[in-house]
Ligand binder design. Structure first.
Ligand code: NAP
Length: 500
């Protein structure tokens, strides 16, 4: 059976980043397992019209792979996907596309992970789970959905075969995906109705194309990109105070969003319906300069209640209003707090990650879990941000993982106490943040109400706290039984492509 030092699951930002970090650390015995036919994760899967990132493009890039050619302050999805395809250059011999991880089982006797995939099995000393956090589309339970005879799609599974021209389109949801797709759909459809269960907080999107001279400077002077990244990073960090619960910062953030709403929507009743009833930042604060105008112009109709049911093909809102539609677009988000991969991972004693996380995801250093030795989870528990770049967080976690792997010589398992204390500390910190101020969001675990998806601090604090591996909270078993050690080592040199 093929044996590698490290198996990476997923080839999005986190998995590709992990592969590069391993190579940079001198490690070449690894594979990257990717269930899809190409790399790119989120940016491969989200192809809805208008898809873009709301973190500035230069900051939303690997630090080791600057891209002087970003066309805009905020990159479009297609451009980011292209960047990630470029980031896969040099990784070809490690990438296994169309290869889904179907099970991960810890083998205590051999001190390896037994990795089952859709194309064969392998063993690995360590596994980096980089399977994403927003991958599985969530379609709400809508009674009568089977009676709808038109086309339906989720924003993350866009149906390019469905022509929206001249159609009556319903969009369900008002999150980051919805505010991007609605103006685009309005430009083609005959009518658009948005089912809004909660109004989002929105601030202007200061996007623009980079000028020729800026692009020339980025191309000729790498320090120019670094200076811009640094400025953008600290602009992001400045927004943390409002998330941390600072009243003055929250008031200023609320004021900015309300001024944006008032400047773009003159109709008082429409404005009232578009005004959120929870604190700004509690759900993700959105950036858009063309969402409100789509309503103000009359191109889009606002149904200020949820899609409740579908009655013989007719969409019925919680308000009782009924709508005929040819197409329904679900912009209803993702399974986040209960990650689908968790049921596939069996640790010590056959306990699954899903079982370990029955009350919500937990990890030490947001990366390792007691009972799951030699396993590192990127983008997992408390590793997300609501105010700065996810790529910075990923790189921080990868620094930690590489440090651990350099240390790894057998079994590395974090103690239950360390995981528990870290979790309790994060719960304490989260209590005063805006994320726990009373709204419902994908950041929270619905079973426990805990903040499980976000790190309750600044990005810089995350790096200071979790950027360097420290072995103290880990159980290490360096001595393996000689027979086991010999056979595992003997198989390390098998070619990675065996049987694939
Ligand atoms: P989301 O933020 O989870 O939003 C889902 C939306 O669906 C919410 O507005 C929710 O309402 C609504 N909803 C669910 N069931 C409904 C029903 N029956 N009727 C009416 N509305 C219903 O999902 P998302 O917009 O895909 O965004 C997820 C995350 O992906 C973002 O927070 C962001 O991190 C990332 N993202 C980023 C960008 C970007 O960078 N610009 C773009 C897209 C996505 P409630 O609020 O009431 O629950």
């Amino acid at each position: 059976m093929t044996h590698v030092r490290v198996a990476i699951v997923g080839a999005g930002f986190a998995g590709l980043g992990a592969a590069h970090e391993l190579l940079r650390s001198g490690e070449s015995s690894f594979v990257v397992l990717e269930r899809a036919a190409s790399v790119g994760g989120t940016w491969r899967d989200n192809t809805y019209p208008g898809v873009a990132c709301d973190v500035p493009s230069h900051l939303y890039s690997f630090s080791f792979l600057p891209n002087p050619a970003w066309t805009n302050v905020f990159a479009r999805g297609e451009e980011i996907h292209g960047y990630l395809r470029g980031a896969a250059n040099g990784l070809e011999s490690h990438l296994r596309l169309n290869t889904a991880m179907t099970a991960l089982r810890w083998d205590d006797e051999w001190a390896v992970w037994r990795v089952s995939t859709s194309r064969g099995d392998l063993t690995a000393d360590a596994v980096i789970l980089a399977a994403g956090r927003l991958t599985e589309p969530r379609i709400p339970e809508v009674a009568g959905i089977e009676t709808f005879t038109g086309d339906m799609m989720h924003t993350a599974r866009w149906r390019h075969d469905v022509d929206l021209t001249g159609k009556r389109v319903a969009v369900v949801g008002t999150g980051a995906s919805a505010v991007q797709v609605v103006p685009e759909v309005a430009a083609a459809a005959a009518s658009v109705t948005v089912f809004q269960r909660s109004a989002p907080w929105i601030v202007p999107r200061p996007d623009r194309e980079y000028t020729e001279s800026e692009l020339a400077e980025f191309a000729s002077d790498p320090t120019a990109i670094e200076r811009l990244r640094t400025a953008q990073f600290w602009e992001g960090e400045a927004m943390f105070a409002a998330r941390a619960g600072d009243p003055a910062a929250i008031a200023a953030a609320r004021q900015e969003a309300l001024e944006h709403l008032h400047s773009q929507v003159t109709d008082a009743r429409l404005r009232a319906a578009l005004t959120p009833n929870y604190e700004i930042g509690c759900k993700r604060r959105l950036i858009s300069s063309d969402y409100y105008p789509a309503f103000e112009s009359g191109a889009v109709h606002l149904e200020a209640s949820a899609l409740e049911r579908i009655d013989h093909g007719v969409l019925v809102a919680a308000s009782g209003e009924r709508y005929d539609a040819d197409v329904v677009i679900f912009a209803t988000g993702f399974e986040s707090s209960e990650q689908p991969y968790a049921a596939l991972v069996e640790g010590v004693g056959g306990v699954t990650l899903a079982e370990h996380w029955a009350d919500g995801m937990t990890a030490f250093a947001s990366t390792t879990v007691h009972g799951f030795p030699n396993l590192f989870i990127v983008n997992g528990p408390n590793a997300g941000l609501g105010h700065n770049s996810a790529v910075y967080m990923i790189e921080t976690q990868l620094q930690y993982v590489v440090g651990a792997l350099e240390h790894l010589d057998g079994v590395l398992e974090v103690s239950a106490d360390a995981e528990r204390e870290y979790t309790a500390e994060l719960d304490r910190r989260a209590a005063s943040t805006v994320w726990l101020s009373g709204c419902d969001s994908w950041y929270l675990d619905s079973r426990s109400g805990r903040l499980t998806l976000l790190w309750p601090g600044s990005a810089q604090e995350f790096r200071e706290r979790n950027g360097v591996f420290d072995a103290a909270p880990y159980r290490e078993v360096r001595e393996m039984e000689p027979r086991v050690q010999r056979e595992v080592r003997a198989s390390v040199d098998w070619p990675l492509s065996v049987g694939w």
